[in-house]
Design a protein around this ligand. Structure first.
Ligand SMILES: Nc1ncnc2c1ncn2[C@@H]1O[C@H](COP(=O)(O)OP(=O)(O)OP(=O)(O)O)[C@@H](O)[C@H]1O
Ligand SMILES: Nc1ncnc2c1ncn2[C@@H]1O[C@H](COP(=O)(O)OP(=O)(O)OP(=O)(O)O)[C@@H](O)[C@H]1O
Ligand SMILES: [Mg+2]
Ligand SMILES: [Mg+2]
Lengths: 255, 255
């Protein structure tokens, strides 16, 4: 089993879109996949067809009330993926979990039973480096960093990778970088290729070959509660995420 | 004096871009403006020309070490605006400030001396509803919600407005909504107008007339550490934010 976390404290870079499409992409190769939504916005849950008023029980129930992960797992309505939804009760996670012993390992312990049932577990995280993303970094084998090819997004990648190393030193273990994924790329903008080149110069092989272009079909699919593979299978968004799924599988089997 | 906070826990919707351009837009009308960067990513500080290694002393110094706001205020390199930078040390704000008495009013107390010196104070917040955005909601007179016209962004607006009312009930005061600002609008996508119509249907007059279109000049300007008024004054991005600045001034004088 492999556990993959989507990490970037920069907001709106495509963490959820990538989490949902890797989950469905991997499921379409026949793998058994669990998607865990650790964001209070519950974007990944909504994107896979859960209604806002049906989000509970969520991952918060398992984290706060020590319930086994199986009691909060359900089939995602919009894809052949199992889902543990996020919910608004995650808003107070930092304050509620701050005093717990081993507060950075809560998710790792919770996910242990998942090892036998699933081939891949995908963790979608909120745009921060607070306790839930830190828990994901500790629980995951690998992490992926979606990066929008704008200068602002580029600036923060280095310090994000440093934070993961701080977690490794402080807690004793942390996920390894599977790669940086360029997302929402708009090649009409001159800066896009420049930023991608800078990223490849600085991070080399760590940057996935696949570049996910801006494609309205991706945000449209979300509004229908299905993946783009279902909503617009011939679109550049579907091509991009099929290619990324293949590359992720290649990198996982090579390690 | 008016204090305006940019609030939205959805990431990447244009909070920082709007904060920076309202600050500079208001300064260009002759007003004295202070921009406070409450995000550990320090996007607003970087967008106005501060180098990443020069971010300290930041707002964190004032919040953690009880320093007066003046000691951490500087002139922004890229605009005629005073700036209190953000910095990575804000990452641990929730845990460090959780035990303080009146932890939701720390920023309000800190900004009191600013009332005589400035006409407007702009607060840029991280993409969360953790302690720093809550402090901003308590400290500000008004808040603006940038919304990207995608279904996912739309979903969360209602619950965000509910959270502000919870703050008002729990703490005893909170900012009033100045308006919802549609940002990063791409009219090539048919869903864009649909989502804007839904937003106006649901929130009526609260939605600003000005719609900020997607315009690469905006992210380019950020990479040069200046506003779009400086980098590309004839661009649709500059037009959009000039019009928004006017509308904000109208709404402030009408209240
Ligand atoms: N390649 C793409 N093309 C077009 N739109 C995209 C693409 N990727 C993501 N989006 C849209 O951009 C917005 C931000 O994407 P998403 O929500 O996946 O980012 P995120 O990093 O998870 O955001 P947050 O930081 O709030 O968790 C969404 O409305 C989404 O539909
Ligand atoms: N109108 C626009 N047109 C084009 N690009 C834009 C526009 N507004 C913002 N951007 C770009 O989109 C990205 C996200 O914008 P910004 O950083 O302002 O959002 P944010 O809500 O502050 O993000 P975060 O949630 O990380 O704080 C940035 O790279 C920015 O340059
Ligand atoms: Mg997300
Ligand atoms: Mg920002």
């Amino acid at each position: 089993m492999s556990t993959l976390a989507l990490i970037n404290n920069k907001g709106g870079v495509g963490k959820t879109t990538t989490a949902v499409h890797l989950a469905d992409g991997l499921a379409r190769t026949g793998a058994r996949v669990l998607l865990v939504d650790l964001d209070a916005q519950a974007s990944a849950s909504l994107a896979l067809g859960v209604e806002r008023e049906d989000l509970e029980p969520s991952i918060a129930t398992a984290l706060y009330d020590d319930q086994p992960i199986g009691t909060v797992t359900r089939e995602a309505p919009g894809a052949d993926v199992d889902l543990v939804p996020g919910s608004e009760s995650l808003k107070s996670a930092d304050i509620r979990l701050a005093q717990e012993y081993g507060r950075e390992r809560l998710l790792q312990r919770l996910l242990e039973p998942a090892a036998e049932r699933y081939d891949h577990v995908i963790l979608d995280c909120p745009p921060s480096l607070s306790l839930l993303p830190i828990n994901s970094i500790v629980a995951a084998d690998w992490f992926l960093v979606p990066v929008e090819p704008h200068y602002l997004s580029l600036e923060g990648v280095g310090s994000l990778l440093d934070t993961v190393e701080d977690v490794r030193t402080g807690i004793g273990e942390a996920a390894d970088l599977l790669g940086l994924v360029v997302t929402r790329a708009d090649f009409r903008a001159k800066a896009t290729q420049q930023v991608i080149d800078l990223l490849r110069e600085e991070h080399g092989e760590a940057v996935f070959d696949t570049v996910i272009r801006g494609n309205v079909r991706l945000s449209e699919a979300t509004s229908f509660g299905v993946s783009v593979f279902e909503h617009a299978p011939q679109s550049t968004g579907a091509d991009g995420y099929r290619s990324l799924t293949d590359e992720v599988l290649e990198r996982l089997s090579a390690r």
